[in-house]
Design a protein around this ligand. Structure first.
Ligand SMILES: Cc1cc2nc3c(=O)[nH]c(=O)nc-3n(C[C@H](O)[C@H](O)[C@H](O)COP(=O)(O)OP(=O)(O)OC[C@H]3O[C@@H](n4cnc5c(N)ncnc54)[C@H](O)[C@@H]3O)c2cc1C
Length: 415
């Protein structure tokens, strides 16, 4: 029997500890908070979108960084497997739109209860309010870790295997503030540059503030720098006091790091179902029917009411001009504007608002089947601490479940 030390009781840590114990090892799970899974608790707006039930090709397509690294972990423990495990632990699940999987109760706390059941049943020694401060490595092999408990007492715990599941840098108030990344760096392991992802954008333009709270459905969003299109997607977005947010914007943010310069623009197509000529005919019809009205009063049926003053302003057409006095060229430019409302990205919002960290322990340093460091024997990494990230839809938690399971699993070489 080996002694396994799991650092961090989030998604990856809970499953790694469970799997190690279920495979017969003695397991200590060290969590700095007073409870497990503080981040899991707030996932999916408190409902926990625990995984995605799509077929695995689609799951891979939703991994933004290092999808190939995930092949082995996904084939060892996939979305069906985690669903079975959670249900067997007493938490029934349901599949919603877009194959998103949630607990039937709509309470993330039930996912946490299911994992607590699994941990207790398998006699995992859970130590709350235990912050791991350092790792001890001798002759390129893990030997022990240093811990500070809630009363400030420091101690050293030895072990045969250590699994680092400390998460990334996003939402640091939940406990994940990058400790695992620091441990890796201090041991000479490569950590790739970390950036917030699945995060809103600040825009140069200030007009989004005037329509804050307005959500646009069924629009197409394109993000591009001078050289190429970085992202294109269809769906929903939201204006805020600082710029833009909502599902489309969050997805776009995961591709922001691919930019070749900081001159990156967003373009909103407000009528993606209509090509430019069809839309132009629609605008002509609107103008014909309102020929004697002022421009600002003639376009009500084209947009949500909050957006009308913005569109009038962006068009450069005098709001009080009679529609029958608007030139063909101005009308055409207005049609083009509807298909391509521009916004310049000023910056991404910070880690405190990011759903995921892009970057982390380089997967080149990690064995993809076992999650063991290729340089330090007995040291494993799982979850968001790794340089793997995905889009929204349950895929990030699936990465944590699959890598945590792979790290916890007893491999023949460890017998
Ligand atoms: C608001 C929000 C909503 C989200 N919604 C979803 C969703 O619905 N579906 C989805 O798939 N993904 C979602 N995610 C992403 C998902 O939560 C993460 O991908 C996932 O939690 C990562 O799991 P992890 O175990 O690697 O890290 P975490 O869950 O962050 O767990 C890390 C744990 O390690 C502990 N820890 C850190 N350092 C130490 C230390 N030195 N000593 C001891 N303990 C330590 C922390 O306290 C924490 O408990 C969401 C994220 C956020 C922020």
């Amino acid at each position: 029997m080996s002694k396994v030390l799991v650092v961090g009781g989030g998604a990856a840590g809970m499953i790694a500890a469970y799997k190690s114990a279920a495979d017969g090892d003695e397991v200590i799970l060290l969590e700095k908070n007073e409870k497990l899974g503080k981040k899991v608790y707030i996932t999916g707006k408190g409902r926990c979108n625990v995984t995605n039930a799509a077929d695995m090709d689609e799951v891979f397509a939703n991994i933004v960084t290092n999808a190939k690294f995930m092949y082995s972990a996904f084939s060892g423990f996939d979305n069906r497997a985690v669903m079975e495990l959670i249900e067997s632990a007493g938490c029934p699940l349901k599949i919603e739109r877009g194959n998103r999987v949630f607990p039937v109760s709509d309470h993330s706390s039930d996912i946490l209860k299911a994992f607590l059941n699994l941990l207790n049943k398998n006699h995992v020694d859970i130590r709350y309010e235990h912050t791991v401060t350092d790792l001890v490595v001798k002759d390129n092999a893990f030997t022990a870790l240093k811990v500070k408990d809630g009363s400030g007492r420091e101690s050293v715990i030895t072990g045969d295997k250590c699994i680092i599941c400390t998460g990334g840098l996003s939402y640091p108030l939940t406990g994940s503030n990058g400790d695992g990344l620091r441990f890796a760096e201090s041991l000479g392991l490569k950590v790739t540059e970390c950036n917030p992802a699945l995060v809103p954008f600040n825009t140069v333009e200030t007009w989004p503030k005037s329509v804050m709270g307005l959500a646009l459905n069924n629009v197409e969003l394109t993000m591009a720098d001078e050289k190429k299109v970085l992202y294109k997607g269809f769906g929903e977005m939201l204006f805020t006091h600082f710029g833009v947010s909502g599902p489309l914007v969050l997805s776009a943010s995961s591709y922001y790091k691919k930019r070749k310069s900081d001159n990156v623009n967003l373009y909103i197509d407000l009528k993606p179902a209509l090509d430019i000529e069809t839309l132009d005919k629609r605008v002509i019809k609107e103008f014909d029917e309102n020929r004697n009205r002022n421009f600002k009063n003639a376009i009500a049926s084209l947009f949500p009411s909050g957006l009308i003053p913005v569109m009038v302003e962006l068009s450069g057409i005098d709001p009080d001009k009679k529609v029958n006095e608007i030139s063909k060229a101005d009308r055409r430019r207005f049609t083009e504007l509807i298909k391509k409302v521009p916004l310049k990205i000023l910056s991404q919002r910070s880690f405190s608002e990011a759903i995921i960290t892009q970057g982390g322990v380089s997967v080149k340093e990690i064995n993809p089947s076992t999650m063991e460091s290729k340089k330090i024997k007995g040291l494993y990494f799982a979850g968001e601490v790794l340089d793997v990230d995905a889009l929204t839809g349950g895929f990030n938690l699936q990465v944590a479940w699959s890598t945590g399971f792979a790290a916890g699993k007893k491999h023949i070489t460890e017998e």
